[in-house]
Design a protein around this ligand. Structure first.
Ligand code: NAG
Ligand code: NAG
Ligand code: NAG
Ligand code: NAG
Ligand code: NAG
Length: 416
């Protein structure tokens, strides 16, 4: 409806311009006939008339151009199943981009390979990581245009879905994953500075040192006093590749001597917190727990999930367990790293920190300078909007790009 209206507005405008120009031409011709009578005066009038006509023409050309720009849809073909992350949220057609109020909404998503007759006509062909690594050559496109971008998209960790062969080397032009580089990012969280500018996560972060950060308020310190349990762990997959469940078991044994423990919620523990009472669980984390286990199910570079966000947003100090370089995500001194510390040191440290409220409060100094967000919560960090914007960056799209050694880039070292 809206586009129809815009279109009819446009034709009205065009009609108006053409009509006016036509009238001006008529005037010009008739004035030319009169020219002989008053040479000088007429010359002046003719000149100003020509000037007006020129202006009108250039305006019309401009309109033509902007219409062409608007109509220039970017077509994205989902080669693999459209119901998989991250592509499922793209919806169909322009739906997601319009609903999210993206700056660019001229991206069109489909899984209809014949929509543009030949699939070589799509701007992007998108492949879902966990599926495409299993496809044989005959299931991949056999022809490609040198202008299109083949995109590898995955939110699933490479440790669960390694490619373990060279078949996808020299195949993808862009990646769209949780990895922070080289191309588009699909992240679980966004870091902003105190002026609300997006600053990370990224490979090179320039964090303030903990000592330079402002102390937390007395009010906040008071709020922390409600905490009376050591750590919470929310988990649904009880047999992970990272072996986090074994680590937690040992941690519980170790904490026992300090009269501390880990409360395990979900499929793998005695405590329940259903999905529809997520808010209540968040509140419990905030009120009761000193620490929150942000333990990943697998070890892969940059693989950091929403668990970290939950801890940071609900005032529990995250204990991380993963293969990411966490300095890309958080300043030092605001979290504990389980793999680096090992079970014994971690348990001791947790006990020390719990017994020292001032030290514990320092873990929250970051809140005076940074904030953590779900990336989908705003337009400027929404990576679907970002993806469409990327397709509209003509200079960037023009640069030929390819992941030459995909296997080396994707597979964790020593995985296959
Ligand atoms: C507008 O675009 C049409 C088709 O692209 C072209 O034929 C026409 O000459 C253009 N008009 C102007 C004023 O540029
Ligand atoms: C998009 O904009 C419309 C109108 O301004 C508004 O009603 C809607 O809530 C916005 N949607 C989002 C996801 O921000
Ligand atoms: C795909 O698009 C073509 C061209 O518009 C159309 O004829 C065909 O019916 C579509 N196929 C499906 C499954 O929608
Ligand atoms: C983590 O990243 C920082 C910043 O890029 C770098 O200085 C540091 O060496 C990295 N650590 C590891 C273990 O790679
Ligand atoms: C995409 O990668 C292919 C394979 O390496 C390459 O031939 C093509 O030029 C690249 N296209 C773009 C647009 O980057």
């Amino acid at each position: 409806m809206k586009t129809n209206k815009m279109r009819s507005n446009f034709s009205m405008k065009t009609f108006f311009y053409i009509f006016t120009i036509f009238m001006l031409i008529l005037l010009y011709v008739s004035l030319n006939d009169l020219k002989s009578t008053n040479e000088e005066l007429m010359d002046q009038k003719m000149q100003s008339l020509e000037f007006v006509m020129e202006k009108m023409l250039s305006k019309l050309e401009e309109d033509n151009f902007s219409r062409k720009k608007q109509a220039e849809m970017k077509y994205i073909l989902q080669w693999t199943s459209p119901s998989t992350m991250p592509f499922v949220y793209m919806g169909k057609g322009q739906q997601h981009f319009i609903e999210k109020n993206c700056t660019f909404t001229n991206c069109y998503v489909t899984n209809n390979r014949t929509l543009l007759r030949d699939y070589k006509n799509f701007d992007v062909i998108a492949f879902h990581g966990p599926e495409v690594i299993r496809l044989g050559k005959s299931s991949l496109p056999s022809r490609r245009s040198h202008r299109q971008k083949y995109v590898f998209g995955s939110m699933e960790s490479s440790d669960y879905y390694p490619v373990c062969s060279n078949k996808l080397n020299d195949f993808f032009n862009w990646t769209w994953t949780y990895r922070l580089e080289p191309y588009a990012k699909w992240g679980y969280l966004t870091v902003r500075d105190s002026e609300d500018r997006i600053i990370g996560p990224k490979n090179e972060m320039h964090w303030m040192k903990l000592a330079e950060m402002e102390d937390v308020s007395d009010e906040f310190k008071n709020k922390l006093k409600s905490k009376n349990k050591a750590a919470a762990w929310f988990v649904s997959n009880c047999n992970s590749r990272s072996g986090r469940e074994k680590f937690v078991k040992k941690l519980q044994d170790e904490l026992h001597q300090y009269n501390l423990g880990v409360d395990v919620y979900g499929n793998c523990g005695p405590l329940k917190c259903s999905r529809n009472s997520e808010n209540a669980c968040d509140m419990a984390v905030e009120k009761d727990y000193y620490f929150y286990l942000a333990f990943e199910n697998s070890f892969a570079e940059d693989y950091v999930t929403e668990k970290l966000l939950r801890a940071l947003r609900h005032d529990a100090v995250p204990i991380v367990y993963g293969a990411a370089n966490y300095t890309r995500f958080m300043p030092d001194g605001i979290y504990l790293n389980a793999r680096e510390l090992g079970v014994e040191n971690l348990a001791r440290k947790m006990n020390d920190i719990i017994s020292n409220p001032d030290q514990y409060a320092d873990f929250f100094r970051w809140k005076n300078h940074y904030s953590y967000h779900d990336s989908l919560d705003s337009v400027d960090s929404d990576y679907y909007c970002g993806f469409c914007a990327m397709l509209n960056d003509e200079e960037y799209v023009k640069v030929p790009s390819v992941i030459k050694d995909f296997r080396k880039w994707w597979d964790p070292p020593g995985r296959c």
